[in-house]
Design a protein around this ligand. Sequence first.
Ligand SMILES: [Zn+2]
Length: 329
Amino acid sequence: MAEPTSLTPCPPWLLGHWQDVYKRHEQGSLPHALLFTGMPGIGKKQFVRFVAEALLCRHTNAQTGACGQCDACAQIQAGAHAELKVLNPEGAAMNIKVDAVRDLVVWLQLSAPRDQYRVALLDTADAMNHNAANSLLKTLEEPGERAVLILAADKPGSLPATVRSRCQSTNLTLRDQPAAINWLTEQGISDAAEQLVHANVGPLVLVERNSGEWQASRQALQKAWLDLFLMRASIGKIVDSVSDLPTTQCLSHFSHWAMLANKKHLNLPIGADPATTELVSEVHQGLDSEQWFSLYDRMQALYRSDSASFKTQTVLEGLFADIRTMTKA
Ligand SMILES: [Zn+2]
């Protein structure tokens, strides 16, 4: 039995996107497959969950989505709406498995009750492996009556073109920038407008980056990166200093910095963030452009592989030892 939940609010800056969906719903012309993309932190997952709930509600509206009062809303809140299925990534590799998609396909072929959508929600659609995505194709072409598939993807490029072309795609943007600034201000971010312009990420990531915890871990990673390249400490010591952080967080920072170091070698612009610019300037001479690129490539491959579930210590020890060998050569 699922835990009771509350209804999902629409991220305020995305309300205009909901109103587009609502209009199609009102006109009875809602496409049977919707794909939402957009920059990190724009609120894709929250938005698609909101849309799924709003479409199931009996008295949905353009301003707030689900009413929170009807029997459908009560079922959603009880985690037990019969016409809603959510497909989440699972396992160490965090994939959506082909068997899960096949079950979903069978379910979607049954017709939904009268005057009711049947909604399938895949908020991490790019986590479908190739076979899983292929299994979804036929359903995307001929879903059951009143079936709606709602997909969100950080990396829509990882979805097969055949899947993308069968969905109506919407790139979620900061349609209502003042609403985003208001919301960020409420979260305690004082220079929200400026950060939004420069950060190239959505409000949700900005909030995370302004948290004390994120700042502290970024500083620890930055120090580790400098210590490694400037030979200021042993590998064991450096790894220890960041071994409490998730492997993925370490790899995403380090691979980003490696990519920027390569850009610096190539005299390409590396962005405006002063702390990052300084960090990259201090270490970029340690390796040549080709070495930075292969290091970036390797960390990206690690990031995407199962190694994300390995201990940080194991992953970093091997990586750092090889970096030290390269810098000495
Ligand atoms: Zn309702």
